[in-house]
Design a protein around this ligand. Sequence first.
Ligand code: ADP
Length: 484
Amino acid sequence: MEIIHIAAELAPVAKVGGLGDVISGLSRALVEKGHQVEVFLPKYDCLELSGLDHLEVTNQNFTSYFDGKWHQNRIWKGLLHGFTVLLFESYDPHGFFERDKVYGEHDDNDRFLNFCRATLDYIQSQNRKPDILHVHDWHAAAIPLLQKHLYPDLTTKTVLTIHNLAYQGFTERKILEKIGLPPQIFPKEWVNLLELGIIYADHITTVSPTYAKEILTKEGGHGLEKVLQKYSDKLSGILNGIDEKFWNPETDPILPYHYNAHEIKKEKPPFIENKVKLQSHTRRMFSLQEKRCPIVGCVTRLVHQKGPELIKDALYWTLQNGGQFILLAAASDPKTHQEFYQIKREVMDTQFAHIELTYNENLSHLVYGAADILIVPSIFEPCGLTQMIAMRYGTVPLVRKTGGLADTVFDGENGFTFGPPTKEALTNSLEKAFHTWFSEPHTWQKLVENGMNHDFSWNRSAEKYIELYEKLQKVIPFPEKINS
Ligand code: ADP
């Protein structure tokens, strides 16, 4: 099959969070199964282009429509892990992608609508008829609507994947005029771009089976539960995988010591010698005392979703109970940054905590490798990758039982889970984890082993996507549905 992914992120070229990992991991797995994959991405100024092979301009002269005019654009083409990356460089006067960040600009709605329209104009200009257009999150969610209204000859089936329902692209409907659509096609004055995708895509997936159920409820629906309920017959949950070639403690170039699941010794600690060496290395690097105690790690974005209050509770509890804590976290909101900066200053001389308030890929690998426990106390979590990466690195996850965390971490089997998003529930779970680490080393070793041996690769998930793509090929379109 010929599959085109359209997304705002692609790791490691443009990565803000899990979306980037998913696009590259899934694409690589689809290629390995014999499919032809292209990823369409805006050419932001902040791209990390060194990972792309054979990067070149492939098209100088294609035009796309935006806000009453046709603009000339360029398309760059490069290769990553066997799939093609197409970078859209816009010459429009707003410089929509000549920015040093992926998201968070005042004109994000315009930027990504422009990207949606350009993607389809490009596919049309090439007379292409791919088998699947797979659009991701609100940034690409207008594509199915555009396709059905403006490109009737392009009968390709569309899949929308919701990676995080909390981000929706809410704007006045008159914005649709900018991409050549009559605003009246949407009945309300305000339009939600993700909702357009939910209505018009041929199929909707989200990134874990539990999240697929949660988003149908008032608590988890972020205001879209009604429309999701209406279209629930075309909604399914497919658990994300992780790129096991990239996240591999045996070969990870960032780690100074390597290990794998076969090296786990069963008799007595240290069960994995090189993991212990890595812990000493990391303790030295972060000025933590060399001591026999568990290291609790956390790699996150500091936003409400990730439970910042619970992260603080976990930090203080760990310090009071003889553990060490490493937090690697980026806050985009200055107030949250300041709050955690105060905590950093407070604990920096204790030799028991280290806080890095930034986004740093290399340091994240060290934290996954050096920690004994990785906490993910999310308020909600569509899938979550950090708990899976942790397990691969022999680190036991301690998570709140929600969304994809509930589908991947099982209490007493490969980690620890807690229910209510409260300090009490979290610290009870931490207490259990500390007790096991200190007093039941063989139980601990079993948790580590179960986590390391679990198959979190993209293999299984990619097969589910292929099944879905194949099923969609067989569905004959019902044009009358388009105008309903
Ligand atoms: P989300 O996409 O909501 O941020 P996920 O768990 O799905 O959460 O994916 C997070 C990805 O981003 C993982 O690859 C994780 O390692 C990475 N990440 C998150 N925060 C940081 C950080 N501060 N520094 C480096 N990597 C980070």
